[in-house]
Design a protein around this ligand. Structure first.
Ligand code: G3I
Ligand code: 9MR
Length: 598
């Protein structure tokens, strides 16, 4: 346990918490060949929920990292007798602005009655606090032209820290340097993935890629959406990325660091395709989760497991996107052709096998990433393949499936295809088709704006959004809004998006900035094996933790059972405090968007 400090009543309660089941960071983890005791995806029915705790506390909630000068700027103030607020420059303790608080509203998700302090008109760089009578001053607020830059870079660098199959050298990783883990050159074909040309036990090589999360396994669908999101960030903010130097081994070569980092994962993904038939393995994994140890100490046998329709289509979409992106760079023609061929082969496999649902084999207990509906994956893959090849068959498929866009996540991918078509498809599609895509996407973005405007907390998060990885729901909504904003410039999209990012960075009822190492009060004990097993007190910086949700799938003891406050900064809490590549990606996208449109 490496918690260094606590700041609020909520955090004090957390300090006393312990795991009710499973293993915790403080106990010795079982060896990797010991069966995991629980089925992690299920709620824990045997543990009765604690009584609802009123978590209304006395802190003003602000973005702890920074606000752009032009941004909509809101602080959330606990309701008391006060009706006014002032903003004080901390350099000289002078009031630079005062204003009236909004009417009080209750945010049911956190059971808090709050008022909003809108200090958007303050657009001068500096450090300030919000002052309201009867309440402690807010944490320092920084208004800065580069407000998101270091958090963005840290979140991108986090992918480097999760690289498999390589040593992290001190010049890139600092105190988090570590030996290479998981060469993945001796991966066995699991019984569920056996084929005539690759029978069970066949050894294949599939090195590199990113560890999915706090665990060391590599899952196609989750790695795919993460990779697409980063590619989309590159495509939309190309100029911004031309100069970013995040200090990875490839920094200083001729291609942008973002594309170098993405290629690390694409290299692995390519090896997950069976060259004989084009099918794609669902995951590369140990049979059980490793204990709390460093990558090089987690040496259990790894397997590729079952091919499936979801993996093939996700892979096809990402490879087609990668071919488009890398094909636009000098000297990358061969690589782009390889990605294109891989995409086409995977698509063909999916057409011949259009409903192969991933079924977790009985001897495999790691992440499932299951899905049983593929219309959204067909929609996404056909969109990317159409943009790449301009062949009519893909447009036909797209129109056949044409799933509605929803806030994306690993199981729900249609909106990603819409994003690509909106950016690149205007000349290729008929007016009617393009307009329909735009209309549907606008409806999605507008529904998120409506949630923002109706929210007591000025954040587009509703009760159903507090699921495992709720922070990524917020960030994927921000991505949708910011993509929309680049096609239909309207302040309402950026306002709703930046408030979602503010929420992640501290303007939320837990008072945490949910990005490790970025903010005043940040997660110190995330469910991240490297961060827990190394000898460094602070966790690896730049990781977005999962965020509050009331499922308690890990049996830890939480201070609340409300959707927006069931959060625990403890290694025990893989249901709220794990880190994952698909949660970082929309944070990278959103901060790149906001920073580069500044
Ligand atoms: O599919 C059902 C849906 O039908 C139902 O309406 C809905 C109601 O809540 O639940 C849906 O299932 C949820 C599923 O995600 C898909 O949304 C489960 O309740 C929920 O527990 C599940 O959470 C996933 C979790 O793994 C458990 O499987 C998270 O999204 C996913 O991010 C997380 O991923 C793990 C990997 O397995 C292993 N590596 C770490 C990673 C992050 O924790
Ligand atoms: O560490 C695992 C984490 O990456 C997963 O998201 C989570 C749910 O699948 O499971 C974690 O592993 C736990 C296992 O499921 C049960 N025993 C405790 C493990 C964590 O220490």
């Amino acid at each position: 346990m490496k918690r260094l400090f606590t700041l609020s009543l909520v955090a004090s309660a957390i300090t006393l918490s312990a795991c009710g089941g499973g293993s915790s960071g403080t106990t010795q983890a079982p060896p990797t060949n010991t069966p995991a005791p629980t089925t992690p995806a299920q709620p824990a029915p045997t543990v009765p929920p604690p009584p609802t705790v009123n978590t209304t506390d006395t802190l003003i909630k602000v973005n702890q990292v920074g606000y752009l000068p032009s941004a909509n700027k809101i602080a959330v103030v606990p309701d008391n007798q006060a009706r006014e607020f002032s903003v004080v420059n901390t350099a000289n303790d002078t009031v630079v602005m005062s204003g009236t608080l909004s009417d009080a509203q209750t945010w049911a998700e956190a059971d808090q009655s709050v008022r909003l302090a809108d200090f958007s008109q303050l657009n001068i760089e500096g450090e300030y606090v919000i002052r309201v009578e009867g309440v402690a001053d807010s944490l320092p607020i920084k208004i800065n032209d580069n407000a998101y830059l270091s958090a963005h870079d840290a979140a991108l660098k986090a992918y480097y820290f999760n690289r498999a199959s390589t040593e992290l050298l001190v010049e890139h990783a600092g105190e988090w340097r570590r030996p290479a883990g998981h060469p993945d050159t001796n991966v066995r074909v699991h019984a569920s993935a056996a084929s005539a040309t690759r029978p069970e036990g066949t050894v294949i090589s599939a090195p590199k890629g990113w560890y999915d999360a706090g665990d060391f396994n590599k899952y196609i669908v989750n790695s795919g959406i993460s990779t697409y999101t980063l590619l989309a960030a590159y495509e939309r903010f190309t100029d911004f990325y031309a100069t970013r130097d995040i200090g990875i081994p490839e920094s200083g070569n001729t291609s942008p660091d973002l594309l170098d980092e993405i290629k690390w994962n694409l290299d692995w993904m390519l090896a997950m395709q069976d060259p004989t038939d084009g099918g794609v393995y669902h995951k590369l994994t140990t049979l059980r989760f490793a204990g709390t140890r460093m990558p090089h100490e987690a040496t259990a046998q790894r397997y590729v497991v079952q091919k499936g329709t979801g993996a093939a289509l996700n892979f096809a979409a990402v490879m087609a996107t990668a071919s488009r992106v890398y094909g636009s760079l000098a000297g990358m023609t061969d690589l782009a052709a390889q990605y294109r061929q891989a995409a086409v082969l995977a698509w063909r496999w999916a057409q011949d096998n259009d409903n192969v649902v991933y079924r977790q084999p009985s001897d495999v207990q790691t992440g499932e990433y299951g899905d049983s509906r593929f219309d959204d994956e067909f929609t996404w893959a056909s969109a990317e393949l159409y943009l790449l090849t301009e062949e009519a068959q893909y447009l036909t498929s797209f129109k056949q499936y044409f799933a509605q866009p929803r806030t994306p996540f690993w199981q729900e991918t249609a909106a990603l295809g819409y994003m690509s078509l909106l950016q690149h498809g205007e000349t290729l599609l008929s007016n009617a088709d393009y307009t329909e895509i735009q209309t549907r996407f606008t409806a999605l973005a507008d529904s998120i704006v409506d949630q923002h405007q109706a929210s007591a907390y000025s954040v587009a998060m509703t009760q159903n959004d507090f699921v495992w990885g709720s922070n990524s729901v917020a960030l994927n909504k921000a991505m949708i809004l910011l993509a929309q904003n680049s096609h239909v410039s309207d302040a309402k999209y950026k306002t709703a998006a930046s408030n979602l990012v503010d929420y992640i960075l501290g303007k939320n009822p837990t008072d945490y900035s949910f990005v490790t190492g970025n903010g005043v009060k940040t997660p110190m004990d995330p469910h991240h094996r490297q961060s827990a097993a190394d000898t460094v007190a602070a966790p690896i910086p730049g990781f977005v933790v999962g965020g509050p949700q009331p499922g308690r799938q890990d049996n830890c003891s939480y201070p609340s059972n409300l959707p927006a406050t069931t959060y625990l900064d403890d290694y025990c809490s893989f249901s709220t405090n794990e880190v994952t590549i698909n949660w970082n990606a929309p944070f990278v996208f959103a901060t790149a968007a906001l920073q580069s449109s500044n």
